[in-house]
Structures are given as structure tokens and as C-alpha cells.
Design a protein around this ligand. Structure first.
Ligand code: HEC
Length: 173
């Protein structure tokens, strides 16, 4: 009996150690890469806001964020073309009403995070932009294979004269 209890304790300790070792590891690696090899930008949750949008056709709210290079370019009005090293991020939520104020439209269920990375030499076929998207709270990479970028780039073509970017940095004093 004593022996069984000891074995059980040892098993619990071993499992605990295994979890301790694994936990930081899992965080570091994050979700898988997009089919074109782009990995989720690690610090995107700390980026600053460039703009926001509300799509009334599919009832979603969006916030458009930029890394430091993007923010610097946006503030300097240097966005056509955006400089190499720019990353634009877009976070999308289903829209919903605030529980205490029905007319306030607020973010509900998280839909996806998507990114455009500027490197004129790396992605010449798609206007110098690398595209990637991660879906849902579990951040599943979007696209069956690398050709998914045609769908992204194709829909961004109407704004090719604005370096394939729809967002105009929102005016702030
Ligand atoms: C059906 C058309 C359509 C498709 C497909 C599409 N986009 Fe967009 N995208 C837009 C529109 C319209 C906006 C601007 C309005 C908004 O914020 O949603 C936008 C905005 C963005 C932005 C913010 C910068 C900007 O251009 O304003 C990023 C980043 C982005 N899209 C990434 C992607 C990625 C990555 C894909 C493919 C996985 C993709 N998009 C596919 C229409 C599309």
C-alpha cells in the first residue's frame, strides 16, 4: 500500500516537472507558420493603432495595427509605398452590442488576425507584400497551400495605387 502511494507521488511529481518544462516551450513556439512560411509576429499585441473599420456586410469590427516601422511611416505620411520592414496587422471580431448600452457596438467573438509584411525583394509577385492569416482563438494558419495569397492579393488589387493597402491612417491631433 505504502509502495503504491509512493509510486503515485513519484508519478505526480514527474508529470508536474514535465509540465513545467513544456509550458514555456509551447508558448515560445506559438501557432504554426502560414503555408507560405510566414510566422505569427510575436509582439503584435503590443503594436499601436493605425485605424479601425466596421464591415456592415459581414458585421465585423476591425482594428488595424502597425509595428514600429509602420507607425513611423504612418506618422510621417510615408505610406505610398510603405517602407520595407513594415508590418500591418488586422484583428477582426464579430460585432455585438454592449450589455449595458445596446447602441454601443463592441467586439464580440474573435474571428482572425491577419498580416501584410512589406519586403519588395522577398515578395515581388504580390506587390512586395507577404500575406498571412491565423483563424480563431486557437490561431489556425489559413490556406491549404502557399497559393492562398492570390486570394488576399487579388482582393487588395483595387487599391494598387495606394500600395495595395486599403487603410488610410486615421487622423489624430
Ligand atoms: C474580399 C476581399 C479581401 C480579401 C480576400 C482579403 N482582404 Fe485584406 N482587406 C480587405 C479590405 C476591404 C480591407 C480594408 C477594410 C478592412 O479593414 O477590413 C482589408 C484590409 C487588410 C489589412 C489592413 C491593411 C489594409 O490594406 O487596409 C490587412 C493586413 C489585410 N487586409 C490582410 C489580408 C490577408 C492576409 C488576406 C488573405 C489571407 C486578405 N487581407 C484578404 C479586403 C480583402
Amino acid at each position: 500500500m505504502k509502495r503504491n502511494v509512493n509510486n503515485l507521488l513519484l508519478t505526480i511529481i514527474a508529470l508536474g516537472l514535465a509540465l513545467l518544462v513544456r509550458a514555456p516551450f509551447a508558448d515560445e513556439h506559438g501557432p504554426g507558420a502560414a503555408p507560405n512560411g510566414i510566422t505569427l509576429p510575436q509582439d503584435y499585441k503590443d503594436w499601436r493603432v493605425i485605424g479601425s473599420s466596421h464591415r456592415v456586410d459581414n458585421n465585423t469590427l476591425r482594428v488595424i495595427l502597425g509595428n514600429d516601422t509602420a507607425i513611423e511611416a504612418a506618422r510621417a505620411g510615408n505610406t505610398n509605398p510603405w517602407p520595407d520592414g513594415t508590418i500591418l496587422g488586422k484583428l477582426v471580431w464579430k460585432d455585438t452590442s454592449h450589455a449595458a448600452w445596446e447602441k454601443a457596438v463592441v467586439p464580440g467573438e474573435f474571428v482572425h488576425a491577419e498580416f501584410m509584411l512589406k519586403d519588395a525583394e522577398k515578395w515581388p509577385a504580390t506587390g512586395g507584400w507577404g500575406y498571412a492569416r491565423w483563424k480563431g482563438m486557437d490561431q489556425t494558419p489559413y490556406g491549404k497551400d502557399a497559393s492562398f495569397v492570390q486570394e488576399c492579393h487579388g482582393c487588395h488589387t483595387p487599391v494598387k495605387d495606394n500600395d495595395f493597402v486599403f487603410t488610410h491612417p486615421a487622423t489624430i491631433p
